[in-house]
Ligand binder design. Structure first.
Ligand SMILES: [Zn+2]
Length: 407
């Protein structure tokens, strides 16, 4: 009888279609998992190995939600986005004081469970309290917790590094809220502190942000008044009248360890600048469209070679944490985008933005699970990815080979 410390036996999973990574869609391949990691991707199930045939559908790497705020889950539906970014901020902040901490913790736990259930393998979570990090760990969902600085307030990240419990990752990163809400000197200091760790910042999200940074326009003045009411004076921010991206570049914040979030307002020249910096961009289609009516120029970003990731943003601005629904929304908003590019953003793109390509985003030996499976009708090679990305599923997508959380 094996002891409880012995390695569990390998288990093979097969499906009609297996998408390993960009350019690698295989028919009927088998993925062998052992102790939560991929042992092998084979043409057929190895002899003598336990086997689950998932049937018709697409077996693929677990999804990477590259941007959310789990601890804002209690705000689900509180302030529906109506295309007025500053108005939404005002209403959202007004709804936060005095909330029930128990109910908020419960909403966070439910959001983590919902993420697991739809096949997310790793989540990049912005936190102001650190509370969600333990929720993630106890649920057995891998995550990078970005400790976010906002205004003059400090949110100190715990000692950095990748901490693994079995095949479950609990990593920490450094985040700053945005170029309009954190003083320039502090931004530079936070980026220095992040070093080789992932650094994350919301940027170029709204017209109001661009106008505020330039010191002009009615929307910019509305944002200025909003910030002033929270004792954040424009004069304290060290602005030089630059647009958001130029401001961050001027401060030396952009390199391959930095992930910008949103980028709705990026111009063609800024897309080229972002590409040469090596930084990643996370797009949150439903949140961006809801709050601003716009979306980052995704096709131009991909054409320029920018690593693009996909995130849901929080339940305060998005109706669910399903990255499948996010992919479908992106597909609908940008019909010219190839389905495989969207799948790549939702897997390997997120992993690269988080510095985790050795662990998530592809089906290859050594990478962590769980995998994701989307049940589909019987389809040919040319239709499979389109159906998976477009939400034309024959049943709810689900995780495959999920490890039970360690006690
Ligand atoms: Zn965000």
């Amino acid at each position: 009888m094996p002891s409880h410390t012995s390695t569990p036996p390998p288990h093979a999973y097969t499906a009609s279609w297996v998408w390993c990574q960009r350019g690698e869609l295989r028919q009927g391949a088998a993925v062998v998992l052992q102790a939560g990691r991929i042992k092998e991707v084979a043409s057929r199930p190895p002899q003598g190995c336990a086997l689950t045939d998932l049937g018709e559908g697409l077996l693929m790497p677990g999804l990477v939600n590259a941007h959310t705020h789990l601890e804002l889950s209690f705000l689900a539906g509180a302030v529906p986005p109506r295309g007025d970014f500053v108005g939404w901020l005002e209403e959202l902040v007004a709804s936060r004081p005095g909330h029930d901490h128990g109910a908020a913790a419960q909403a966070t736990a439910q959001a983590v469970q919902d993420s697991i259930t739809c096949g997310i393998a790793c989540v990049a979570d912005i936190t102001n309290t650190g509370r969600a990090q333990e929720t993630l760990a106890s649920a057995g969902l891998s995550g990078v917790s970005f400790f976010e600085a906002l205004g003059q307030a400090k949110c100190e990240p715990p000692p950095a590094g990748l901490a693994w419990r079995g095949a479950v990752l609990a990593a920490s990163g450094v985040a700053a809220h945005a170029p309009y809400s954190v003083p320039a000197a502090r931004l530079a200091e936070l980026k220095r502190r992040a070093g080789d760790l992932p650094f994350c910042i919301h940027a170029a999200e709204s017209q109001a942000e661009v106008e505020f940074m330039l010191g002009e326009g009615a929307e910019g003045r509305r944002l200025e008044e909003f910030l002033l009411a929270r004792r954040l004076e424009r004069a304290s921010l060290g602005l030089k009248g630059l647009r958001p991206l130029a401001h961050l570049m001027d401060l030396g914040l952009l390199d391959q360890h930095t992930m910008l979030v949103h980028g709705v307002q990026l111009t063609p020249a800024e897309v080229r600048g972002l590409a040469s910096s090596g930084a990643s961009l996370c797009v949150c289609p439903r949140s961006n469209l809801g709050l601003t009516g716009g979306l980052a120029p995704v096709q131009a970003l991909l054409a320029a070679g920018v690593n693009a990731a996909l995130g849901t943003d929080s339940l305060a601005s998005c109706p669910s944490l399903s990255l499948w629904e996010e992919m479908a929304a992106l597909r609908a908003a940008v019909p010219g985008l190839a389905p495989e590019d969207i799948l790549h953003m939702a897997t390997a793109g997120g992993a690269m933005a988080l510095g985790l390509t050795a662990h998530f985003g592809r089906l290859a030996p050594g990478l962590a699970g769980p995998l994701a499976f989307a049940p589909l009708e019987r389809l040919g090679r040319g239709q499979v990815l389109e159906a998976a990305v477009g939400g034309k599923h024959a049943g709810p997508p689900r995780p495959v080979g999920r490890q039970q959380p360690l006690a």
